[in-house]
Design a protein around this ligand. Structure first.
Ligand code: ATP
Length: 809
């Protein structure tokens, strides 16, 4: 089968990763991979007659007839050279090869190498007027049949996917018309009687229904948050207000998440305009309150499509005038514009498109004339296939609801995470006393950090503190974990004190690995002395162990009969039963950044294998997902261990791989090794082994990422997750405190479920009592007994054809 991919509509980071994944998956499944340049416009234009076949030949299959079938297909599809032309532009080259006049181009395995570190789309995108017409689509159909394309993968927004569905439903008539006009033969008409189409959503707005995340949205959020972080420092210096306009015509996801992650004071999104009219009063009152407290900077985020409840547009310039005139603030407007689209894709925009690209090829291979066109998405952390037109129709429903001023419906149509983020924003951004509890229900809540620092710990603390203050609770920070508690190193945190913590890495409270077992009795006494009504522990495996110890300690110490929660935060992501811990996304992004630089250096030396050592303790999450995000060719984890046979096989693979490289055009390759994958085959040992065995083919160097993986500034995803989870923790302790209060004060017994860990399972938030979690923990190795990401290693190896190429040598 010949599978073609095109990118259409507005470009987004991650589109190249989709193309790379589709090309590789197609070849692995024994198909030919083709790309269509310039979106639908390229389909309409097709290949000029004289240019339709490449002037150079792929390697011949007969040379490889001894090899296993799968390997033969990879070698036959190794390189057609067009990837290079696409990467460098399409101008004339010394070789005379050019893409001029060719829009439907065959590509090979190595043609898409290294693509996924690039932003935008290397195969070009366009908005094609002609494709909207029947003649345009007829020309497109002709060009596809002429080149023998059987299936099309389209990556674009809702418009592009609608176009895909129109094309597919019209296909039989288009083929009949081409046959009737004598433009194609009967045999061609028969072979191409049905078109297989699959859609992937590439859009920075995250505006598609039936998928939790669109390709490019996480990177756009990164760009916005980088800009906000930069603006925050200048705003603070001059005590200015900034109004920032971000993209999003019908969808406020970017504005909302940027508002949450950037610690904005006020925000405007299309789905939920300010409820009161005139909204100017509400905004000014909120910002005035913050300024009165002593806040030196003001940040307002406006989505491109923001409006008031009467659908009158709210523009950044107008907001600026209001702030300047009414509050006398020195106010500036920054429109981020196209900076939001571009740049290096973040880790999520490499991993997600890769998984989705593979799924798209599976969907193509499974499709038949009776099945609908599918859209590949992600829901609850699982790659999904949903009927494309259903998703498009549901997406349009949101815009219709907004047009009809039915904002409640518009919000209902967004996923629960969106709604929770908005609630989270309101709670953490605005100082308000509307929701204060009666004095009898107010608590003294202890907050502490445990274990190693992880991105998002401070953001979670900020959210908890602000929630506490909005309800009348007292937030008590314990500095330096249990050691600090024993030394009475406590501080009551204020609303303003935590204001800038959103973007801060590390741990503002100070953290260490000391467990309460250091002196459980004194810890309990301190709980009593400081009258804690609840405890929030933010940290990794230590926090889980501490919670377990205190829950067991309830047998002896009444002070522990209070709600106690653990919010997982660790770059290792080794807390059992949760898919994500705070810090794991920041850490993956730190790894991606470092590895991109290392790979560049390795590629400059042409034939270098870099062995990169990662942290992660006995959990291979960061190594495995990192390998997937940076395109590493091998990954070593503690779960799978290392042995001599494995290393021999890997050396054979590396040799086979380097032998296939075009002379003088070898590239650097990465091997990711978790720091404790083996005590014998250390990073140093395998680096030297690869160097020795590589001979003239390749040499080897090592790099240890060490503590850089803790990341400097937390990623937007970690910040947003921190707020969402932290507020859930607060609601949890509040609920259980109220239940406990119904018991007589003396001899109060907290049920086991009041000592719990907040987890993310299938994107939903679930509370797991620590007693239950213990059963799922591999305590010796400090990780869960199972891990959802274990299969990803196979994908890392598939992407470099490790099994097939190892069989060659
Ligand atoms: P973005 O989210 O960036 O706007 P999009 O995919 O929604 O991306 P559009 O401009 O709406 O962008 O669509 C891209 C292209 O898809 C159009 O230029 C057109 O060629 C094709 N297309 C869109 N709608 C249709 C349609 N109803 N019929 C045929 N083709 C269409």
């Amino acid at each position: 089968m010949k599978i073609a991919i095109l990118t259409s509509g507005g470009d987004s980071a991650g589109m190249n990763a989709v193309v790379r994944a589709v090309v590789k998956a197609a070849i692995l499944k024994g198909c030919e991979a083709w790309i269509v340049r310039e979106g639908y416009e390229g389909l309409v234009r097709g290949n000029a007659e004289a240019e339709s076949s490449p002037t150079y030949a792929p390697p011949s299959a007969t040379h490889h007839s001894d090899f296993p079938l799968a390997a033969t297909n990879i070698i036959n599809n190794l390189r057609f050279g067009d990837g290079e032309l696409l990467k460098d532009g399409t101008g004339d080259y010394a070789s005379g090869r050019t893409l001029k006049g060719r829009y439907i181009v065959r590509v090979g395995w190595d043609d898409v190498r290294g693509w996924f570190t690039e932003g935008g789309t290397l195969i070009g995108t366009a908005r094609s007027k002609e494709f909207r017409t029947q003649e345009g689509r007829l020309a497109a159909a002709y060009n596809m049949v002429k080149e023998g394309i059987d299936a099309l993968v389209v990556c674009g927004g809702d418009g592009s996917l609608t176009g895909a569905d129109v094309f597919r439903s019209e296909w039989p008539q288009l083929v009949a018309e081409l046959r009737a006009k004598g433009k194609i033969s009967e045999a061609q008409a028969q072979t191409h009687s049905h078109l297989k189409i699959v859609g992937l959503v590439g859009s920075i707005d995250n505006d598609m229904s039936m998928t939790d995340l669109t390709i490019g949205a996480p990177t756009a959020l990164h760009r916005i948050c980088e800009a906000i972080d930069n603006i925050n420092s200048t705003a603070f210096s001059h005590s200015r207000a900034f109004v920032i306009e971000v993209m999003g015509r019908h969808c406020g996801w970017l504005a909302l998440l940027a508002g949450v992650a950037g610690g904005a004071d006020f925000l405007f999104i299309p789905e939920q305009p300010p409820k009161s009219q005139p909204w100017e009063d509400e905004m000014c009152a909120a910002i005035h309150r913050h300024r009165e407290l002593g806040k030196r900077k003001t940040l307002v985020i406006v989505a491109e499509g923001a409006h008031d409840i009467d659908l009158k547009p709210i523009k950044a310039e107008y907001v600026k005038d209001i702030l300047a005139e009414r509050l006398g603030l020195d106010t500036r407007v920054t429109t981020l514009g196209h900076t939001q689209r571009g740049g290096r894709p973040c880790a999520m925009d490499r991993i997600l498109p890769t998984l989705q690209g593979f799924k798209a090829v599976d969907a193509i291979l499974e499709a038949n004339p009776e099945t609908p066109s599918y859209m590949i998405g992600i829901q609850e952390n699982k790659i999904t296939m949903v009927p494309l037109m259903e998703a498009v129709a549901m997406t349009k429903e949101v815009s219709t609801a907004i047009e009809k001023k039915d904002f409640e419906k518009a919000m209902r149509l967004r996923d629960p995470e969106f709604r929770e983020s908005l609630e989270g924003f309101v709670t953490t951004s605005t100082l308000s006393t509307d929701k204060q509890l009666p004095a009898s229900k107010r608590m003294r809540i202890a907050i502490m950090h445990m274990g190693a620092p992880a991105g998002g710990m401070n953001a979670a603390t900020r959210a908890a503190v602000r929630y506490c203050l909005s309800r009348g609770h007292t937030p008590l920070a314990i500095h330096n974990g249990f050691r600090g508690l024993l030394d009475d190193d406590l501080e009551e945190l204020s609303w303003l004190r935590v204001d800038s913590w959103m973007a801060r890495g590390g741990s503002e409270l100070g953290t260490n690995r000391t467990l309460p077992s250091v002196d459980l009795g004194t810890v309990a006494a301190k709980f009593q002395e400081h009258s804690f009504h609840a405890v929030l522990m933010i940290g990794g495996f230590e926090a889980f162990s501490a919670l377990q110890l205190m829950e067991e300690g309830r047998k002896h110490y009444p002070a522990f009969h209070i709600p106690m929660v653990h919010l997982p935060a660790t770059i290792s992501n080794n807390v059992p039963m949760t898919e994500y811990s705070l810090g794991s996304d920041t850490s993956l992004n730190a790894l991606v950044e470092a590895c991109d630089a290392i790979k560049q250096s390795a590629s400059a030396s042409r034939n270098r294998v870099f062995v990169v050592e990662t942290q992660g303790g006995k959990c291979g999450y960061i190594a495995t997902m990192g390998a997937l995000a940076v395109g590493a060719c091998l990954v070593y984890t503690p779960e799978d261990g290392m042995n001599l046979d494995l290393l021999k096989r890997d050396v054979r693979f590396l040799k086979a791989r380097y032998k296939l490289d075009v002379k003088g055009k070898s590239e650097g390759r990465l091997v990711i090794r978790n720091e404790v994958a083996s005590t014998v085959y250390t990073t140093d040992v395998i680096t030297r082994m690869f160097k020795e065995e590589g001979g003239a083919l390749f040499d080897s160097r090592s790099a240890s990422l060490g503590h850089t993986l803790q990341g400097g500034i937390p990623s937007p995803m970690d910040r947003a997750r921190a707020v969402r989870l932290s507020l859930k923790c607060m609601a949890f302790v509040e609920r259980h405190h109220e239940l406990l209060q119904q018991q007589p004060q003396k001899g109060r017994v907290a049920a086991p479920e009041t000592a719990a860990v907040i987890t993310i399972q299938d994107s939903s938030i679930k509370w797991v009592p620590v007693q239950e979690m213990v059963q799922h923990a591999d305590t010796k190795n400090r990780r869960g007994k199972t891990s959802w990401w274990a299969d990803m290693k196979e994908l890392v190896e598939a992407l470099v054809a490790r099994p097939q190429l190892t069989a060659l040598s």
